[in-house]
Write a protein that binds this ligand. Structure first.
Ligand code: GLV
Length: 328
């Protein structure tokens, strides 16, 4: 009898084939986002779950699905999973780090460029047929090259963005992170640790790349926005909820900061209605890791984790490896 697992959302056919070779797979082939009750129902008797950031693995689900042993998240972020509750119940959780670092950093930089150089706003203007003449100050933005890049959160993706800024665009890079990087990591990036207030005050472009948690909730709100330069841009490729979207929409409308680029939103796929009506914001639907190659690599890594986790192998990227050490 093969091990029963649930693949909670549509996934590449090749990944599904691999999983079918090892498991009895139930697959949400039509890709509907399951309600919590539907997810619990679909997981009954299943030992493994291949999830995305849209599926919430909380205490209620874990208690209702006592057979569950492995949750393989197809994302590097895992704020959709209650890790402490998993660990307590001996459930292994895994994520997909590394394979998406460079792709996500590319997108962060693209969003920064699009925001600073007003690409979405000017493109909408052109499409609306409003381009009648050239003028000297039409859609003037702010330079990216040579400017000060501020990075909040300096993990793998933050460092990959710093490299692009320092080496590709001659930027001065400052960052804030709970812990300062070792000097040998900082040096080649030309990155300097500063306190959060200095980061907010000095950055010409501020990019957010920190994980979401109760502590990072609304890390950027009214007070933080008030410290930023009126010419500054803000980019969020981390998680919704790190920015207070209502406060940001107000700051953008009142031009207390110049512009923002957002790939993630509080309560997505809903977007705060005020963000939809301000012109100086570039909005994308959580696609920073979305290249074909990277999404394939993420799906394969999630499958590797699920297979190893359920068949006694060594999962490549466990979040709570203590579950493995403890033996299950
Ligand atoms: C995407 O947001 C991820 O965490 O991989």
């Amino acid at each position: 009898m093969s091990i029963p697992v649930l693949v909670a959302r549509a996934v590449f056919p090749q990944t599904l084939e691999r999983l079918r070779a090892s498991f009895d797979v139930r697959h949400n082939a039509d890709d509907t986002v399951l309600s919590q009750d539907q997810l619990i129902e679909a997981l009954q008797g299943r030992q493994g779950l291949l999830a995305t950031g849209s599926e919430k693995v909380d205490e209620r689900l874990l208690d209702a699905c006592p057979k569950l042993r492995v949750v393989a998240n197809m994302a590097v972020g895992y704020n959709n999973i209650d890790i402490a509750a998993c660990t307590e119940r001996g459930v292994l959780a895994t994520n997909t780090p590394d394979v998406l670092t460079e792709t996500t950093a590319d997108f962060g930089f693209a969003l920064l460029l699009a925001t600073a150089r007003r690409m979405a706003e000017s493109e909408h203007f052109l499409r609306r047929g409003e381009w009648k003449k050239w003028s000297y100050d039409m859609f003037t933005g702010s330079d990216v090259h040579g400017a000060t890049l501020g990075i909040l959160g300096m993990g793998r993706i933050g460092q990959a963005i710093a490299r692009r800024g320092a080496l590709g665009f001659g930027m001065r890079v400052i960052y804030h992170n709970r812990s300062r990087l070792p000097e040998e990591t900082e040096l080649p990036l030309g990155a300097r640790w500063v306190d959060k207030e200095t980061l907010l005050r000095d950055a010409d472009h501020l990019i957010l790349v920190l994980p979401y948690s109760a502590e990072s909730h609304h890390s950027i709100g009214e007070a933080e926005l008030a410290l930023m330069k009126p010419t500054a841009t803000l980019v969020n490729v981390a998680r919704g909820g790190i920015v207070d979207d209502a406060a940001l929409a107000r700051a953008l409308r009142e031009q207390r900061i110049a512009a923002a680029g957002l790939d993630v939103f509080e309560g997505e796929p809903r977007v705060h209605p005020d963000l939809l009506t301000v012109p100086n914001v570039v909005l994308t639907p959580h696609i920073a890791s979305a290249t074909v190659a990277t999404r394939r690599a993420m799906a394969e890594l999630a499958a590797d984790n699920l297979i190893a986790g359920l068949t006694g192998g060594r999962p490549p990227s466990p979040i709570n490896p203590e579950v493995l050490r403890r033996g299950r």
